[in-house]
Design a binder for this molecule. Sequence first.
Ligand SMILES: NC(=O)c1ccc[n+]([C@@H]2O[C@H](COP(=O)([O-])OP(=O)(O)OC[C@H]3O[C@@H](n4cnc5c(N)ncnc54)[C@H](OP(=O)(O)O)[C@@H]3O)[C@@H](O)[C@H]2O)c1
Length: 244
Amino acid sequence: MSKSLLIITGHSQGLGRAILDHYLGDQSFQIIAISRTKLEIDSPNLQQISMDLSELDVLERQLPDIFSEVEFDKIILLNNAGWIGQIKPIGNLGPKEMRVQVNLNLLGPMYLTNAFIKRYKETDSEKIVCNISSGAASRAVEGWSGYCSTKAALSMFTLVAAKENKSENFHFYSLAPGIVDTGMQGEIRGSNESDFPEIEKFKAFKEEGKLVSPMEVAEKIAYLFDHTELFKEVIQDVRKFEIS
Ligand SMILES: NC(=O)c1ccc[n+]([C@@H]2O[C@H](COP(=O)([O-])OP(=O)(O)OC[C@H]3O[C@@H](n4cnc5c(N)ncnc54)[C@H](OP(=O)(O)O)[C@@H]3O)[C@@H](O)[C@H]2O)c1
């Protein structure tokens, strides 16, 4: 049996939890999962690391444990943890919240991607780096300045990484998951219309059953990881493909 490794951030709830559940059932995968919260799951193929990924000094110190000397046939880094941030117009943002958001949504994934490339670049393993993006990476949304800009920047970082590492066994994706029924959508609906003019639209998505389930998105992401030959572009949107 081939040996694979999944390193995933933000596994404790939402989309990350659904992806974790998908891979927990696959005995060929070892999983390193990083969130602030540890789940009550006791599985021999799961190693949970409790870490605040916005604390970059802590992350930097942990990198050697995450990218160990063990060899795998396939290695996936899935930068999924993210925060919508303070939903407020520019001018009303708190400096601390801005720093936390940029660290979590952008610099953390940059540190992890950088360490991943350094560690695995010369190995024969199949390598996948998937940075979870958003439609907001290419659409200016009032009240989401930090979210739109960190997702846009991470998407460009991923494009550059792909250009620098053209190789058959190295795949980079900046992947938008669609509008997913998670805590993040709850946070969005809990904001104010004065801070977020599109709020009614997002409330209607929930009321009209238009949010997609985390498990459905997780299945599509796993399909992409299994069929990289079908997904040549770095920029991906799960709404644009079906599992066949
Ligand atoms: N939901 C959507 O409609 C949607 C749409 C487009 C893109 N996305 C993207 O999809 C990804 C997952 O979002 P989601 O909707 O599943 O969000 P979520 O339900 O809010 O979950 C966020 C995850 O990130 C972790 N996290 C948050 N802050 C952290 C920190 N400081 N350090 C470590 N981990 C942290 C959380 O774990 P702890 O709290 O335990 O740390 C949690 O597991 C995000 O990148 C988001 O931007 C979501």
